[in-house]
Design a protein around this ligand. Structure first.
Ligand code: AMP
Length: 321
């Protein structure tokens, strides 16, 4: 007879409806190892995919989870609203939270485990003393208007990547991947540098932006837009598609015209529209204004409509392949 006590929480019932909810790193390690060990044997390693989120899940997140589901034996989704990446405390307080709705979406997307820690589990000593710096990559664009945002993001992503990594005690080799949305292109570039600079044993997978039928990039913040604001915000993706079409046709991008298009919408206040290198985020001085476009690039845009800050971006030319 097996007298071993089951681990706490949902984790005791492996046959229970997925995703199984765990609240602590110890529960996650125990459950993750058990599910990996139970995955059907193949010639290659078992595969674990992590999808970090702040909850308030929508079809964009669902797409991330589906991508992870297609490539992994075990899919872990973390749901944690990270105080450290909010420069405005009021924005942190009003950030939407609904774990039951999130679990329902994750069930249909096929996640195995949802890791929803309380704050002390992630920051046991309060705000962490030892911090990572996103350097020059984190100072520009979103970092310029949200000081500390990317360092705060790194604090939690570095920790989550570490907590969710397959235990060295797992008796089978495991390939570890983490999934991030192209929607947050600057975040993606910084996370890639984190993994390269600190030799994290994880493969970073980028997932394309999911948009509404009209073109608006899905975001948990879109629910704060009035119908008029949501309609006005479509001008951002229109500007991006205009530039993508020109890049694909090897025409000059004529950025000023895209800026004018956004400027023509009175409800939208443009912060920046810039064509950059996708890895370094350095502006491409040439190749974007009057000369024919060649190669690859990333165009970043941010704007405010009412109280809501919106970001969007598009990979151009070869970078979009
Ligand atoms: P968040 O919960 O906003 O921190 O986002 C969690 C992850 O989902 C990040 O990697 C985001 O880039 C990604 N994500 C958010 N919105 C979208 C979207 N519209 N399309 C694709 N990925 C997204």
């Amino acid at each position: 007879m097996n007298t071993t006590a089951p681990p706490p929480g949902d984790a005791g019932a492996l046959g229970a409806t997925r995703p199984l909810l765990v609240r602590t790193a110890a529960e996650l390690a125990a459950l993750g190892s058990r599910l990996l060990a139970q995955a059907p044997a193949t010639d290659g390693p078992r595969r674990l995919g992590l999808v970090p989120t702040m909850g308030a899940l929508h079809a964009g997140h669902e797409h991330l989870v589906s991508a992870a589901r297609a490539e992994n034996d075990v899919v872990v989704v973390s749901v944690f609203v990270n105080r450290l990446q909010f420069d405005d405390p009021a924005d942190f307080e009003r950030y939407p939270r609904d774990l039951e709705a999130d679990r329902a979406l994750l069930a249909s997307a096929g996640a195995d485990i949802v890791f929803a820690p309380e704050e002390p589990e992630i920051y046991p000593g309060g705000a962490p003393l030892v911090r990572l710096s996103s350097g020059t990559l984190g100072e520009k664009f979103e970092g310029a208007s949200r000081p500390g945002h990317f360092d705060g993001m790194l604090a939690v992503v570095a920790k989550l990547l570490h907590i969710a990594q397959p235990s060295s005690l797992t008796p089978v080799p495991v390939e570890y991947s983490a999934y991030f949305g192209q929607k947050d292109a600057q975040q993606l570039a910084i996370v890639r540098r984190l993994v390269t600079d600190l030799s994290y044993p994880v493969r970073i997978r980028a997932v394309p932006i999911v948009r509404s039928a009209e073109g608006l990039a899905l975001s948990s913040r879109n629910q704060f837009l009035t119908p008029e604001q949501a309609d006005a915000a479509l001008v951002l993706s229109r500007a991006l598609f205009l530039l993508a079409d020109r890049a694909a046709a090897h025409e000059a991008l004529m950025i000023d015209e895209a800026e004018d298009l956004i400027g023509s919408q009175p409800l939208v206040e443009l912060d920046y529209l810039e064509v950059v290198d996708p890895d370094t985020l350095e502006p491409l001085a040439f190749n974007c204004r009057e000369t024919p476009f060649t190669g690859g690039a990333l165009v970043l845009v941010a704007a405010r409509t009412g109280q809501v800050r919106l970001i969007d971006n598009m990979l151009l030319g070869d970078a979009a392949d």
